[in-house]
Design a protein around this ligand. Structure first.
Ligand code: ZN
Length: 227
């Protein structure tokens, strides 16, 4: 029960958010509908599973797989990799999500973020969760970001959103880093308001999307040809 209870409460919380809006999330960006044992990447060291390399890899793979499958289905698409997000289920954080996308789009060149009303690669959700904000997969290959109300009042909300979005682009947590580092998250404390990745983080994301994307695309093509 110790493991399934918080996961169940998240599923219920997300379900209520979706129900209140009168529309469910897109299939490719669905929130967990059942308790699953999914690793999470929290904003604070105490909130999630810590500096979990496996969780980060699983989350990044879910996002990149979604992008690769769409591109395999439409090979004539533009060369630049675009990752589409849905902000429909996080209406309170529209400006922070938009700002976060702007920050990342002005910081890196090999991948860009854009909002889409349907078929998003990942989705933002909002609500109350004692674990705070986190990035996770639903255990079925879809990535999502949960933004916790209380934590976004304690910490700079744009930094929280940009940090969680950094996981989408493949960066792991590094809580021991300084405020100038985006992926140090809640490590430097509530006074830290920097919402920009530093030069190392920018380089890492460019590197991941330059080399990682081809491998993901190959995998998706292989899957298609086997059918
Ligand atoms: Zn994190």
């Amino acid at each position: 029960m110790r493991i399934s209870l918080p996961l169940l409460s998240t599923a219920v919380g997300l379900g209520l958010t979706a129900a209140a809006l009168g529309a469910g999330p897109a299939a490719s960006a669905a929130a967990p509908q059942e308790p699953v044992r999914a690793a999470q990447l929290g904003y604070e060291p105490s909130a999630g599973s810590g500096e979990d390399a496996a969780a980060n890899r699983a989350f990044f793979e879910a996002v990149i797989k979604s992008v690769a499958e769409k591109r395999a289905a439409n090979p004539s698409a533009a060369a630049a990799v675009t990752v589409y997000y849905s902000a429909t289920n996080a209406p309170s954080f529209r400006s922070q999500i938009s700002r976060s996308a702007q920050i990342w789009n002005s910081s890196v060149s090999n991948v860009r973020l854009a909002e889409s009303s349907s078929g998003a690669d990942f989705a933002y959700y909002e609500g109350n969760d004692s674990r705070g904000s986190y990035a996770s997969t639903d255990g079925h290959g879809s990535g999502y970001i949960f933004l916790d109300y209380r934590q976004n009042q304690q910490y700079d909300s744009t930094r929280v959103t940009a940090h969680e979005t950094g996981h989408v682009l493949g960066l792991p947590d590094h809580y021991s880093g300084p405020c100038s580092e985006l992926m140090s998250g809640g490590g430097p404390g509530t006074s830290c308001t920097n919402a920009y990745p530093n030069s190392t983080e920018r380089s890492r994301v460019n590197q991941l999307w330059a080399n990682g994307f081809k491998a993901a695309l190959d995998k998706a093509l292989e899957k298609t040809s086997r059918r």
